[in-house]
Unconditional design. Structure first.
Lengths: 275, 216, 401
């Protein structure tokens, strides 16, 4: 551990193409690029699903399936394919970004759709009554109200991609993961641990920053009213309309309770991603 | 897909499979066992809920590879020792399940809880014989997620040279060969599916009252 | 005996739930705490088994301060029935009932056997023992709840709005069951309800609570209905209290008139024609079945002699007065009958005659001349427990069709 600290504070490690700033930039670049693409894809899709209520089964099925998939395997498989079929410059980068995007989509997708769907129907009704079109309702009412959950989804996705990007080092890409991989190869444990600490820091700090963004971006009015008691991860399962109240003998959690627990657990687990 | 290669390396693959199962199952079970009392505490004492959940959340933001590497320094084990993987995954499972257990206990009807108090149950006995059984379905749901995640997380440890199915991926990459990679993915998915199914069965087996309702 | 001594409950934020309550609940009787929401009746109940702890005063059971006993041990000696039963969904009915005996150390087998008998006692088929609560109807669950409370044979039973969550038909059955059980077992029961009718039906003594936790009146049901202590009680008891109070006076010796009857399915006898054919009023004749049980009334003017009386001809009659009826039942029977004559039946439901509304009113006047003894809270401890008068017959429903 002390070795790692001295490695971290060694100025030699802060310069050059293998220096910390370079690697940081690489890591961030992978993460933010894939995050951006994922948001562009998943946000509208999730909004659509939440707004219309169709396709919810698809989303949860997708999330579950992806959780079981070993990302290392996926990454390597696509990287190999890329090496063999794609031109040099994006041979490895392309597939890697693709994998990152695939992994980042489910949290954003399910959180967006749940957030939108959880908007109080009365609010939506009032908006329509005022003469807003469907699209206006979405942009001016539903999205702002669903923002906490959406940002939470983006945070999950961020952690996912940071973690996966770490492994991307194994396919010879950059980023902090390189320190771990290279350190192992060179038996340089301080480097390994240093790299690991850097990854952890990047994850935590980024997550906290996004939380801060949420704090300022979300309207102070969203603490309860329009979304039933502040959209929480429990809203990741949209209650089916007409879902029966817990009947006689209810003391055991109902099926909705079990499903929302599963969704909630899934959301927590996906923050670490399969990595 | 090169079946010959698979045939030739069956023994190795099987060894890795067994190790993988072991490395994924043990932390899942350990994590559950530790999460039960901790979750119960978090449920009972509201202040501890916030503390524990925050800690768990923090733990969860740390990417697994990082944790696999940093733990040995803290624990004094060698980096390449599989025990690190077990401990790291146990911590993840624990972090996930503490919240699940607490929320599961919370979802048991307060009416039933009050009933138990009114009958004259002491808190511990009520927890074990009344509340926990009723919380099984929800805990089971969380456990499934934890188990499946663990199966995937174990494969990452291949980067540290720890033998399990993840080695199929690294081997494939080194040899520029798809067969082991695909085999690895398939086997991981299979193991995950089996774990998931086993847990579902266990839940169903231990909740006869839920079955009775469905029959009605 | 349960006694509250200046008991009060004030919540940390300052809201008073119960205000200086002093009341003596006699052993072996059903005492009802009744009042609107927020009046502290449930809070007071729950202070007996220490589910809520008083902030002032003391609760004594048979002279012992409840705080001197370990709370779980105290609760094992007190039966507790709540709305929605609060059964353990993960245990079979039998195991639910056996809960407290097992807690107290009895072997599971013995407890289950005893539970089976108890199920029969509360009117359930013992085959239900193996089912789970979710498979039972609301009324059945409530019965299991009562059985569970009785299982350890506690001297005291606390019942918190136990019948409020079931439909009125089931509620009435459960109330009748409770009365029957209490006649057999003689427990000290404290019963909370917001329904004054239920309170009057079940209670040997009624404690009326006002909002804010104040005890407004504590007296017998008859007294509460006929002499409410203040405006609040009068309002709470509501309109019709005069009418309801009639249920506490037995019908006694009301004159019964013989009644011509026609049998369902048989032709109308020729001699049943109305005496004065020119008067344009219906001439009602009672129709009975082969067992002489009342089925309805027919207007004989519409039926020619020799015509067979069918069900379609019937005008359904009103309620019935039975052998132990109160004045209220008798009056209602007369008022609800199309002919103005209330049908009186014997224990087997066979017609024995009719009563006229006029005569019931005359009997009411006679009864009012006798003033009921007054029951003040202080007097209650010296007076022997008085069961309420004038129990209703089991079926006061309309004449069955």
């Amino acid at each position: 551990m002390t070795g790692a600290l001295s490695w971290l504070t060694d100025p030699a490690n802060w310069t050059g193409s293998a220096g910390i700033p370079t690697r940081l930039w690489q890591h961030l670049w992978y993460a933010l690029l894939s995050l951006g693409i994922a948001i562009v894809i998943a946000l509208p899709l999730g909004a659509l699903i939440g707004h219309t209520g169709k396709g919810t089964g698809l989303v949860s099925g997708l999330a579950n399936a992806l959780r079981a998939l070993p990302t290392l395997g996926l990454l390597i498989m696509l990287a190999l394919w890329g090496l063999n079929t794609l031109p040099g410059s994006i041979a490895l980068l392309g597939p890697t970004i693709a994998v990152l995007v695939i992994l980042a989509i489910p949290p954003i997708l399910s959180n967006t759709y749940a957030g939108i769907a959880a908007v109080d129907p009365d609010t939506r009704d009032a908006a329509k009554g005022m003469g807003m079109t469907g699209g206006q309702v979405l942009v001016r009412v539903e999205l702002p109200v669903a923002l906490p959950l959406i940002i939470s989804g983006v945070r999950s996705a961020y952690l996912q991609v940071v973690a996966t990007a770490t492994i991307a080092a194994v396919v010879s890409l950059g980023g902090f993961g390189r320190y771990v991989i290279d350190g192992l190869a060179q038996q340089n444990y301080p480097m390994m641990v240093g790299g690991a600490l850097l990854v952890a820091l990047l994850a935590i700090i980024g997550d906290r920053l996004l939380a801060l963004v949420a704090h300022f971006a979300v309207s102070p009015g969203i603490t309860g009213r329009s979304v039933k008691a502040r959209a929480t991860t429990a809203d990741l399962v949209v209650r089916r309309p007409g879902a029966a109240e817990v009947q006689d003998g209810g003391g055991a959690p109902d099926r909705d309770g079990v499903e929302s627990a599963m969704a909630r657990a899934g959301q927590i687990a996906d923050r670490t991603g399969p990595l | 897909m090169n079946w010959n290669w698979l045939n030739r390396n069956t023994d190795q693959i099987l060894t890795w499979l067994v190790q993988h199962i072991w490395l994924a199952a043990v932390p899942t079970v350990l994590g559950l066992l530790l999460a039960l009392p901790l979750g119960a505490i978090a449920f009972r004492y509201r202040w501890s809920y916030t503390v524990l959940i925050t800690l768990a959340g923090l733990l969860y933001t740390i990417p697994s590879l990082a944790l696999f590497v940093v733990l040995p320094g803290l624990l004094g084990t060698r980096i390449l020792d599989p025990i690190n993987v077990v401990i790291a995954l146990t911590l993840y499972t624990l972090a996930l399940l503490v919240r699940v257990v607490a929320d599961a206990l919370d979802s048991v009807s307060p009416l039933v809880r009050q009933s138990a108090v009114a009958m004259g149950y002491r808190p511990l006995r009520s927890l074990i014989t009344v509340q926990l059984p009723l919380a099984i379905p929800v805990i089971g749901a969380g456990l499934r997620v934890a188990a499946v995640s663990n199966v995937s997380l174990v494969s990452v440890a291949a980067l540290l040279g720890i033998p399990q199915l993840g080695q199929l991926f690294t081997t494939g990459f080194q040899l520029n060969f798809f067969t082991p990679i695909i085999a690895g993915i398939v086997l991981c998915l299979l193991v995950a599916a089996v774990f998931d199914g086993l847990i579902q069965l266990a839940v169903r087996f231990s909740t006869p009252w839920e079955r009775a309702v469905k029959r009605r | 005996m349960i006694s509250f001594q200046s008991v009060s409950k004030v919540y940390p934020d300052g809201t008073p739930a119960v205000e200086d309550l002093t009341i003596e609940i006699p052993t072996g009787e059903i005492t009802v705490f009744v009042g609107p929401s927020g009046c502290g009746k449930t809070t007071s109940l729950r202070m007996i088994n220490r589910m809520i702890e008083p902030t002032g005063g003391a609760v004594l059971i048979d002279g012992k301060d409840t705080r001197s006993i370990d709370a779980p041990a105290l609760r094992r000696g007190i039966g507790y029935v709540i709305q929605n039963a609060g059964l353990f969904p993960h245990r079979t009915v039998l195991d639910n009932v056996a809960t407290v005996p097992v807690l107290k150390g009895q072997s599971r087998r013995a407890a289950r056997a005893a539970a089976g008998e108890l199920l029969a006692r509360v009117g359930l088929d013992s085959a239900m023992g193996g089912r789970y609560p979710a498979q039972l109807s609301g009324g059945q669950q409530q019965r299991v709840g009562v059985a569970r409370a009785l299982a350890a044979d506690p001297p005291v039973m606390l019942m918190d709005e136990p019948f409020s969550a079931v439909d009125p038909v089931v509620r009435e059955q459960l109330q009748d069951e409770l009365i029957r059980l209490q006649a057999e077992l003689g427990k000290t029961i404290v019963f909370v309800t917001h329904d004054i009718d239920e309170a009057v039906k079940l209670g040997d003594g009624i404690a009326v609570f006002a909002v804010g936790g104040r005890l407004a009146q504590y007296a017998s049901p008859a007294e509460v209905l006929s002499r409410p202590a203040d405006d609040f009680v009068a309002d709470f008891v509501g309109r019709d209290r005069g009418y309801r109070a009639l249920s506490f006076t037995a019908a006694g010796d009301l004159p019964l008139h013989d009644e011509h009857t026609v049998v369902l399915g048989r032709p109308v006898p020729a001699d049943l024609a109305p005496p004065d054919a020119t008067v344009d009023k219906p001439y009602w004749v009672l129709v009975v079945d082969g067992d002489r049980q009342p089925r309805g009334w027919v207007d004989v003017r519409e039926l020619p002699a020799g015509r067979v009386v069918t069900v379609g001809d019937l005008v359904l009659g009103g309620s019935l007065a039975g052998p132990t009826s109160s004045l209220r039942t008798a009056l209602d029977a007369a008022l609800s009958s199309p002919s103005g004559r209330g049908v009186a039946v014997d224990e087997d439901g066979r017609v024995i005659g009719t009563v006229a509304a006029q005569e019931v009113l005359a009997a009411i006047e006679v009864a009012r001349a006798v003033t009921p003894a007054s029951f003040s809270p202080e007097d209650r401890s010296e007076q022997p427990a008085k069961r309420k008068q004038g129990s209703e017959p089991a079926t006061s429903a309309a004449v069955p069709s």
